[in-house]
Every structure is written in structure tokens, then in C-alpha cells.
Design a protein. Structure first.
Length: 96
């Protein structure tokens, strides 16, 4: 028996699927969004942009912008009782 691979995008077929009318490259305005510290943001993964994409398990979480790191934003979320900080590009964020 061969052991199946468990890559970073495994079990994500439904989550990382675009609707037929929104296929292709996403708009530039999504990448040029600006956020300030303390803004509430929702993590909405864009499968057409691979850079700065957080792990699939964080799809749909809402958090606060804690700062900026280069072109990316530091987003703080709570997973159960644990606080986590994600490094996410603006392509994968929406205002909450």
C-alpha cells in the first residue's frame, strides 16, 4: 500500500473552489485594500492568489488587524481559548 500525501491544500476541494462566474484572476482593488490597526476583518481565501494565503482551516474566521509586515497584515484570531496571529495578504481579507 502507498501512503497518501497530506499536502497543505489537502481536503480543500470545496473550500478552494470558485463559482463559475467568478473564475480567473481577481480584481486589483482586492489586492490594493488598506487596513488600519484594530480593523475587524474576515478571512476569505482567494484560490487564484497563492501568495500570502493562510492555511485552509482559517477560512471564514474573523479577527482584528494587529499590524503590518511588509505587504501583509498581522491578523489576530481566537481559536478556542488560544490566540493566534496570522500573516495574511490583503487579497484574502474583507472588512467584517
Amino acid at each position: 500500500m502507498v501512503k497518501r500525501s497530506r499536502g497543505i491544500r489537502s481536503k480543500s476541494r470545496h473550500i478552494l473552489r470558485k463559482k463559475p462566474r467568478s473564475r480567473g484572476i481577481s480584481s486589483i482593488t482586492r489586492a490594493l485594500q488598506q487596513f488600519e490597526e484594530g480593523d475587524a476583518v474576515s478571512i476569505a481565501l482567494d484560490p487564484s492568489v497563492h501568495r500570502g494565503m493562510p492555511h485552509v482551516r482559517f477560512q471564514g474566521y474573523t479577527g482584528k488587524v494587529e499590524g503590518k509586515q511588509g505587504e501583509s497584515y498581522l491578523v489576530g484570531i481566537n481559536v478556542g481559548k488560544k490566540h493566534k496571529t496570522l500573516i495574511v495578504r490583503a487579497d484574502h481579507l474583507r472588512r467584517a
